[in-house]
Design a protein around this ligand. Structure first.
Ligand code: C2E
Ligand code: CA
Ligand code: CA
Ligand code: CA
Length: 275
């Protein structure tokens, strides 16, 4: 598996089991899709509770092949991480999001997910600034979403790269908060702009006292630290009501909108402005 890490092509041999063969065919197809710029993006609106307006959209990578159908991003992002393609893919997604973002009103921010691996090369900030300059998309309209896993490996290094991005007015959100290896001490090391409460808490909200208490605690913490709180995975009017009552500042989920095309986002903000 050594040559995979360097992103070199993989070869088949007779010893390989079926699962490994499938993985490698998928990898080969993904490599081609990236080279041909066929990885797409869907955007999901995030609305402000106070105004009801769309304040940002989250860029979500999409890939489908005629014979395979849609491959879930969880699968192909992990694959890109494993075979050394994540930097290239990440840059492609960022560039596309910046170009799409130029068509939307200035007040609309664009959130892009970053894989922890994109911090490994030490080139992330350079890449981001180059893409921002090449596309002309203002850095202050950009937000990155990172998961807590990032910090585990090398906290000092991770936080210093985040500081650098932040110094260019790029927003940093902590994603999927509360699952995985979250540590409250991260908030002592870095001031995030946003906390995104994982959808697993939101889906439990109407029947779990614990989920409600957790959301309440996160909102309290966020308020004290001047972070906004986005609840993810809002699917029902009851969840929406509860999250508003608990003081979440922003909502995202199928109840508001599924992830949609860039032009559908344009249509949404135009009809919003007409209200
Ligand atoms: P995530 O960053 O937590 O993204 C939110 C996921 O929740 C998305 O899944 C979105 O479609 C889904 N979602 C949104 N609203 C609802 C809802 O109301 N109910 C339910 N059940 N789900 C909802 P998606 O698009 O399948 O992406 C899965 C994960 O793949 C993302 O989770 C993120 O970790 C990763 N991912 C997607 N695009 C990228 C990317 O460009 N770069 C990186 N590094 N990771 C990405
Ligand atoms: Ca995210
Ligand atoms: Ca999330
Ligand atoms: Ca997630």
């Amino acid at each position: 598996a050594k040559n995979e890490a360097k992103g070199e092509p993989c070869f088949f041999d007779d010893e390989m089991d079926a699962a490994e063969r499938d993985r490698r065919t998928l990898e080969r197809d993904m490599r081609t899709a990236i080279e041909e710029g066929r990885i797409d993006i869907a955007y999901q609106p995030i609305v402000c509770v106070a105004t009801g307006e769309i304040t940002s959209v989250e860029a979500l990578a999409r890939w489908s092949e005629p014979d395979r159908g849609a491959i879930p991003p969880d699968i192909f992002i992990a694959l890109a991480e494993d075979c050394g393609l994540i930097d290239e893919l990440g840059e492609q997604i960022l560039r596309r999001a910046c170009i799409d973002g130029l068509a939307w009103p200035e007040k609309l921010k664009v959130a892009v997910n970053l894989s922890p691996r994109q911090f490994y090369s030490g080139m992330l900030t350079d890449t981001v600034l180059r893409v921002v300059e090449e596309t002309g998309f203002p850095a202050h309209r950009l937000q990155f979403e990172i998961t807590e896993n990032l910090v585990i490996q090398n906290a000092a290094e991770a936080f210093s790269q985040l500081e650098e991005l932040k110094s260019h007015a790029i927003g940093i959100s902590i994603d999927d908060f509360g699952i995985g290896y979250s540590s409250l001490s991260y908030f002592q090391s870095f001031s995030f702009n946003k906390v995104k409460i994982d959808k697993s808490f939101v889906s439990e909200l109407d029947h779990s006292k614990a989920a409600k208490a957790i959301v309440q605690a996160v909102v309290g913490l966020a308020t004290q630290l001047s972070m906004s709180v986005v609840a993810e995975g809002v699917e029902t009017p009851l969840q929406r009501q509860m999250l508003e009552d608990l003081g979440c500042s922003h909502l995202q989920g199928y109840l508001i909108s599924r992830p949609v095309s860039a032009s559908a986002i344009s249509a949404m903000v135009i009809s919003e402005a007409a209200l």
